[in-house]
Design a binder for this molecule. Structure first.
Ligand code: AKG
Ligand code: FE2
Length: 222
């Protein structure tokens, strides 16, 4: 595999943080959010409007209520709907390949892509995407592929109000914009889990919000 940025193709599971930062930062149109606590990149218009519309249609066709790991007693913690996207679908496969090429992450380390849909009033309260090593669900979700390393998330549309993604620890709020990609390292440069990745999908106030999420792991997924 070669990458859009022409560097050696693979950074494996994403644990080589400096290489990823250099490669992602060198890509056209990529902004790195200035923070010493969190490695977060933003790339506007990563997907076209047509690609986003195609993914929205697939999410609407197969969505189910979202779930969380390590249930915390708050039934309203994550109120959205989730869709497991079919890796055999040509559009999903093309987007998957473009994410791998863009990040330099080995596609073998990626979980199957998911879609998320938030109607008015729905949200995903503050959380980290990695699994808590001491949590009750750790072995269930992490025994084969290990914990999550990088998160890639793409907004597929723009709700009329609300639905921003907030990174509270670094005081950053990202507004949904059709095709805009976010990518962040769930770890610090030394590989330890980074609590400053704490983020929330804020309540949609008007309209509907759709995103796709793609998580990468420490070891190959399947
Ligand atoms: O919808 C958002 O803005 C955030 C989604 C998210 O954090 C997740 O699915 O893990
Ligand atoms: Fe998240």
């Amino acid at each position: 595999m070669t990458t859009q940025f022409g560097a050696p193709a693979r950074f494996g599971s994403g644990l080589l943080a400096e290489e990823m930062v250099a490669a992602l930062g060198a890509q056209p149109g990529v902004q790195k959010v200035p923070s010493a606590k969190l490695t977060l990149f933003v790339r506007r218009a990563f997907l076209s409007r047509d690609e986003c519309a195609g993914l929205v249609a697939r999410i609407d066709a197969h969505r189910r209520p979202s779930t969380i790991s390590d249930p915390n007693g708050d039934a309203a913690f994550r109120t959205s709907a989730t869709c497991d996207l079919d890796a055999g679908d040509a559009l999903v496969a093309a987007v998957d390949a473009r994410i791998a090429s863009f990040t330099g992450l080995d596609p073998a380390y990626g979980e199957p892509m998911q879609g998320q849909r938030y109607a008015v009033g729905q949200e995903f309260k503050g959380h980290t995407d990695y699994f808590e090593p001491n949590g009750v669900d750790y072995l269930r979700f992490c025994s084969v592929a290990g914990n999550r390393t990088w998160t890639v998330m793409i907004y597929l549309n723009e709700p009329e109000a609300g639905g921003a993604t907030r990174f509270k620890a670094v005081d950053k709020i990202v507004q949904p914009e059709t095709g805009k990609l976010l990518a962040w390292n769930n770890r610090r440069t030394d590989g330890t889990l980074n609590p400053s990745t704490l983020h929330q999908g804020m309540k949609v106030r008007a309209g509907v919000k759709y995103v796709i999420t793609k998580w990468f792991r420490e070891r190959p997924w399947g």
